[in-house]
Design a protein around this ligand. Structure first.
Ligand SMILES: Nc1ncnc2c1ncn2[C@@H]1O[C@H](COP(=O)(O)OP(=O)(O)O)[C@@H](O)[C@H]1O
Ligand SMILES: [Mg+2]
Length: 212
């Protein structure tokens, strides 16, 4: 796939959210997807509800210097180094929420209960990435990647289809999304069948999003 170098870039942070009720949570949940889809926000809410520990892949990479090189677009991780760090880290406890767009490139499927791939309409994602102050080039790459479903495709390749659940965060509140994720942990929902490419094409916006 053409966008791998871009999806391996690191983007950081978003605000903390207060705790809700705690429930028993004994599994390893991966939350992945393109930058800006709502991964970290959802992870924090679920961690607050359940007491599970968040493993933020970007954070682990930076704290352990698993960085291959710095570019003007961000940091590029050393996927091999990060992968072996994580293999050890994930043995520490059962209840973990592993969050980051790097998930399909640095994790192994063993021990992972479910992989939540968050998706967001490129029209909404564009607004979020602009607000973050990303460069136009980086926005374009991320939107192309979301439209083509690179995170989903790569997650299916790494973890296998049976562990993957897609969530469309477009027009949803973080609470709605996290409720859906928690529900999916109990019972796997039907495939969401998200297809931004068809939507963008229908709206005649291929030129807007793709460079020829
Ligand atoms: N349904 C939702 N789930 C999670 N975050 C959402 C949702 N709707 C809007 N947001 C907002 O989207 C923005 C990006 O979320 P963030 O968690 O930083 O994304 P990511 O970690 O995937 O880059 C935040 O401002 C967050 O509050
Ligand atoms: Mg984030």
């Amino acid at each position: 796939m053409p966008h791998n170098s871009q999806v391996r870039m690191i983007s950081l942070g978003s605000p903390r959210i207060n705790s809700v009720s705690r429930i028993l949570f004994r599994l390893k949940l991966v939350i992945t997807g393109n930058p800006g889809v709502g991964k970290h926000t959802s992870a924090r809410i679920i961690a607050d509800k359940t007491g599970a520990k968040i493993i933020d892949l970007n954070r682990v990479a930076i704290d352990n210097n698993a960085i291959a090189k710095k570019t003007e677009r961000g940091l590029e991780v050393d996927a091999k180094k990060l992968g072996s760090l994580l293999a050890k880290l994930l043995k520490a406890r059962n209840d973990m929420i592993i969050v980051g767009h790097l998930a399909p490139y640095v994790l192994k499927p063993a021990g992972i209960s479910m992989v939540a791939v968050l998706r967001r309409s490129p029209y909404e994602l564009e607004k979020i990435l602009k607000k973050r102050g990303y460069s136009l080039g980086k926005i374009r790459e991320n939107l192309e990647s979301e439209i083509l479903g690179v995170s989903l495709y790569d997650s299916v390749k790494t973890f296998g289809r049976s562990k993957i659940v897609e969530f469309d965060t477009t027009g949803e509140t973080p609470d709605q999304t996290t409720r859906e994720i928690m529900r999916a942990l109990r019972k796997k929902p039907k495939p969401a069948g998200i297809d931004w490419l068809a939507m963008v094409s229908r709206r005649g916006d291929m030129q807007k999003f793709f460079e020829y």
